[in-house]
Design a protein around this ligand. Structure first.
Ligand SMILES: [Fe+2]
Length: 362
């Protein structure tokens, strides 16, 4: 699948990130492990140089996993030495890059899981990544909707601690009256959508979404399959019956949008999501499924990408993608934030993506 990468590639790429942005920039004595790795493991940094095509990462059979481990050990040793030898002034410059590299690696830790699940889901023997895997227990609030008061609200990161550049600057937004559902949409609700011919009712769908659903033959969320007339889904624990009480997962923006329309609702904007999450009104805001919002991924007022090649990290993707908020069961602990802006194309289903509903209030 063009968007997914092998585990080996993720491990080498996160290692390359430290080599490229930390060691080569700040350690004049650093010796590259292998001159060719920059080409293989640069993801999308055009300013840094040419790179291997993303859809062909799965074809890179060499270097092997053991060589990647040796590459990592080489880079780790050099990073440790740089941190130990650095005096105060140098440390002030390099510590933010180390911190960025660690957060970048956490993002790839999540992608390792989503990409393994995608690969295993293509395998008719239904491989099990972790036999003990369980969907995290949902902690539903009282049912219903949380009100968003009409007026001026503040969203975005407050500059305390680490954050990605796309989370700021903090700024004011004006919101109309709205309501955001306290709970995530469940599989039981999705069964109803399927039973009501939701996937076969064009009036519910955006035009692009309808075309996509027809072309791809979507009749249920990603990884669902019918066995003896019962829905099963591929999980990190293998093929399991769909749990009606669990949040629906592996739905695209198009499906989330169609479902919301079927329910007479809509998706929340990212500002509505953040305001209600900051107020503590949302159950399962974090640690279950990413939640699609109706907001296009665009710069906040006053947004400036960081200087240099690292400015390519977020800013250049601000078109043709939708924002997801919260975090998923695969997000590393400590990586989630109320201001965090994840983003994927509206057709993407291989992330742990679900939704909560919203409407315009009364
Ligand atoms: Fe990356």
């Amino acid at each position: 699948m063009p968007d997914a990468s092998p585990t080996k590639w993720h491990r080498a790429h996160t290692t390359w990130f430290f080599e490229q942005f930390l060691l080569l920039e700040n350690d004049p004595h650093y010796q590259r492990f292998d001159e060719r790795f920059g080409y293989l493991f640069n993801s999308y940094y055009v300013a840094v140089g040419p790179r291997h095509a993303r859809p062909e990462r799965g074809l890179v059979t060499r270097p092997g996993a053991h060589e990647i481990t040796a590459y990592r050990a080489h880079v780790d040793a050099a990073v440790e030495q740089l941190l130990t030898a650095g005096h105060e002034e140098a440390l002030q410059k390099i510590i933010p890059i180390v911190e960025m590299g660690l957060h970048h690696e956490q993002q790839h830790q999540e992608l390792i899981l989503t990409d393994i699940l995608h690969a295993f889901a293509q395998n008719p023997t239904h491989p099990v990544y972790d036999g003990k895997w369980q969907m995290p227990g949902s902690q539903p609030n009282s049912a219903g909707f949380a009100d968003v008061a009409s007026g001026i609200h503040t969203i975005g990161h407050d500059d305390e601690g680490f954050f990605f550049d796309n989370e700021g600057p903090q700024h004011r937004v004006f919101l109309q009256p709205a309501r955001v559902a306290r709970n995530l949409v469940t599989n039981a609700e999705w069964f109803d959508f399927i039973a009501a011919d939701g996937y076969a009712t064009p009036a519910l769908w955006l035009s692009d979404g309808w075309d996509m659903a027809k072309a791809a033959g979507w009749e249920a969320p990603g990884y669902w399959q019918k066995v003896d007339d019962e829905w099963f889904t591929m999980t990190l624990g293998g093929l399991r019956p769909v749990d009606p009480a669990a949040p629906v997962c592996h739905v695209s923006y198009y499906e989330a949008d169609a479902f919301a329309r079927w329910r007479g609702c809509r998706l929340p904007s990212e500002a509505e999501w953040e305001v209600t999450a900051r107020a503590g009104a949302l159950a399962d805001a974090f640690g279950s499924v990413w939640q699609w919002t109706q907001s296009s991924y665009a710069p906040y007022p006053g947004y400036r990408p960081v200087a240099g090649a690292l400015g390519e990290y977020n800013g250049k993707f601000m078109v043709n993608q939708m924002v997801l908020r919260g975090s998923s069961l695969a997000t590393p602990e400590g990586h989630a934030r109320v201001s965090y802006r994840n983003f994927f194309p509206p057709s993407a289903r291989w992330q742990f993506s679900g939704l909560r509903l919203a409407d315009d209030g009364n």
